[in-house]
Design a protein around this ligand. Structure first.
Ligand code: ZN
Length: 163
């Protein structure tokens, strides 16, 4: 069916604004996109799921009223194709953009007059801001080492990480 009239739902408008997808891109998606799912029994109008073919992959849920040739854009959203990659290359949550790379960090902890510096702690280190992230077993060992130093009432203790 040709969409003589286009209507956008509130959800669609919000989705488009959020992702920067234009009305024109949606129109192109309807004309040349691939239908990935059809729901002919949907009420009040049959609907389908379209995948836009272009530089950007996004999905459009469209309901078609054949009597008035009106296409109602129900939903517009971007496909998160980076989902798999995110598990292998994480980004820093502090600076948002830096890439986390396995390396070593110097962890400085302080409690009641004792400063503990633990060197060469294996960590994921942000290449931009230097923030580090420790895996749970590593963090537990660093804490244990630091607790020992506190018990010794050391003022400043510089330790090497013990795996
Ligand atoms: Zn960072």
């Amino acid at each position: 069916m040709d969409c003589k009239n286009l209507q956008f739902s509130q959800q669609a408008i919000r989705g488009m604004f959020e992702t920067g997808i234009s009305e024109e891109e949606v129109r192109t998606a309807i004309a040349s996109g691939m239908t990935t799912a059809e729901y002919p029994d949907d009420h009040p109008y049959p609907s389908r799921l379209l995948m836009a073919a272009g530089s950007r992959s996004f999905l459009v849920v469209i309901a078609e009223d054949t009597t008035t040739e009106t296409c109602l854009i129900v939903m517009v959203y971007i496909l998160d194709l980076d989902l798999e990659n995110k598990e292998t290359t994480m980004n820093c949550v502090i600076c948002k953009t830096g890439e986390m790379v396995p390396g070593y960090a110097t962890v400085t902890l302080q409690r009641s007059g004792t400063i503990i510096i633990v060197k060469e702690v294996p960590a994921d280190v942000c290449q931009d801001c230097g923030e580090y992230y420790l895996d749970e077993p590593v963090a537990a060992k660093v804490y244990a080492q630091a607790e020992e130093a506190v018990k010794r009432h050391a003022e400043v203790e510089i330790l090497r990480y013990v795996a």
